[in-house]
Design a protein around this ligand. Structure first.
Ligand code: LLP
Length: 422
């Protein structure tokens, strides 16, 4: 038996602990260190002591993380009924939840109405119509109107949401018209912008605030500003941003909402993976048991995650020449890291993929019938605990419908939307 209780709390997880966790729970394994979440929260809160933080649940919706954030007074930003259900299941306070996103379907609206969410961010005029015409505006909720600031957020194209060409928000004049209508209906809280993700430069928010200033001048009823999330990890210059944002909100008497996702959880997460094979050649290929079905970001965005060899106490020589850390699947994009700086690596070694707590398992998939890894939480006070079991093979087909029986074609009913011949 492993005696986790003997482990000393530390800000990073030491290599002996990583070995023990791999033994106890297998690999690949997600490990979340809640102490790192606390440190990240401190960074954001030191800069924005009066802001309400609505954690973007899409970054990592593990209940242990949601509960931890809730215990620290954090709310949530959700865009699907699944996210809303998960944050409610984690007992988050509905008043601190903002429902956003470009869709907002009926299921989401119904649960939002029943649960009493505090804010709804309207992304289009038709969403406003949907809320009112199909069930009525939720009692007690207030609206943000999402503005498309039409600027270059200087990030990867897939994460840029504030360009004029992106689907998000309304052009400033249209946003103002909708906000006026919402204000006349008595439910306006303010405006919302999320310009993009993994933003590194505070100049982006200078641009956002310049777009928002004349809109707030025309909306005396507005009392809040939701500036979204998007703060890069690592190293976002919060103090510089806070200076600009605070002078904007204080001058107008606005309460600030922020929706950090990555910023709160990225540093807390490590993906632990075991080396299956090592192939020397033009490039050294280290074939690991985790890949794009676990951590999609390198394949999808060319994202860089530091990878280090977890020491087993033996001495390893350094290695010359390029190394890729590849995943177990048959696709060239199935890669965890390109040009990783790793010493001599042997079969069975453990690798730690760092800064992986955001958009990791959350974007994982069953590609090639890969089963999802387990998640473990460390909070310093007690033993590491399993927060989500490793998926069993049955999860791969649990929702398949037996060809012979129930759910076969003859049982399908086409409703009003049935395709008609001719
Ligand atoms: N608020 C809104 C309206 C958002 O759309 C997002 C993220 C956030 C807040 C949180 O952004 P964050 O603070 O985490 O940057 N899958 C990508 C990131 C996509 C983010 C989408 N929206 C990745 O792996 O980097």
């Amino acid at each position: 038996m492993l005696d986790f209780a003997l482990m000393q709390p530390s800000s990073t997880i030491d290599d002996a602990t990583l070995h023990e966790l791999a033994e106890a729970f297998g690999t690949p394994l997600w490990i979340y260190d809640l102490r790192e979440i606390d440190a990240a929260l401190t960074l954001v809160r030191d800069a924005f002591p009066h802001a309400h933080l609505a954690y973007a649940a899409k970054a990592n919706a593990n209940r242990a993380i949601l509960r931890h954030l809730h215990a620290h007074g954090v709310g949530a930003e959700v865009i699907t009924v699944g996210e809303l259900a998960r944050v409610l299941r984690a007992e988050m306070n509905p008043a601190g939840i903002v429902v956003g996103g470009p869709a907002q379907d009926r299921a989401l609206r119904e649960l939002a109405r029943r649960s009493g969410v505090g804010r709804i961010s309207l992304d289009s005029v038709s969403q406003w119509a949907d809320w009112r015409d199909d069930g009525g505006w939720p009692d007690g909720a207030r609206a943000f109107v999402r503005v498309n600031p039409a600027l270059d957020p200087a990030t990867h194209e897939h994460m840029a949401t504030g360009q004029a060409t992106s689907k998000f928000g309304l052009a400033p004049d249209e946003a103002l018209a909708l906000a006026r209508e919402v204000a006349d209906a008595g439910v306006l809280a303010g405006l919302h912008v999320h310009a993009g993700s993994q933003i590194t430069d505070t100049a982006v928010h200078d641009g956002v605030l310049a777009v928002l200033a004349p809109l707030y001048d025309a909306l005396p009823e507005a009392y809040e500003l939701d500036l979204g999330g998007g703060f890069a990890v690592p190293g976002y210059p919060y103090a510089a941003l806070a200076e600009r944002v605070t002078s904007f909100t204080e001058a107008r008497g606005l309460r600030l909402w922020l929706e950090p996702g990555r910023a709160l959880v990225a540093t807390a997460g490590t993906l632990l993976t075991r080396v299956l094979h090592v192939k020397e050649g033009v490039r050294r290929h280290v074939i690991a048991d985790a890949g794009m079905a676990d951590l999609l970001r390198p394949a999808l965005y060319g994202a860089h995650h530091p990878v280090r060899a977890v020491s087993d106490g033996s001495t390893r020589r350094s290695h010359d020449g390029p190394t890729d850390v590849d995943g177990p699947l048959c696709e060239n994009a199935d890669r965890i890291a390109r040009d990783a700086a790793l010493p001599d690596v042997l079969r069975g070694d453990l690798l730690a993929v760092e800064l992986a707590g955001a958009y990791g398992l959350a974007m994982g998939s069953h590609y090639a019938s890969h089963t999802r890894a387990a998640e473990v939480v460390i909070d310093g006070g007690g033993a590491p605990r399993l927060a989500r079991r490793r998926e069993v093979l049955e999860a791969l087909w649990a929702d398949e419908v037996d060809e012979e029986g129930e759910g076969g074609f003859e049982f399908l009913t086409f409703g009003e939307a049935a395709p008609t011949a001719g």
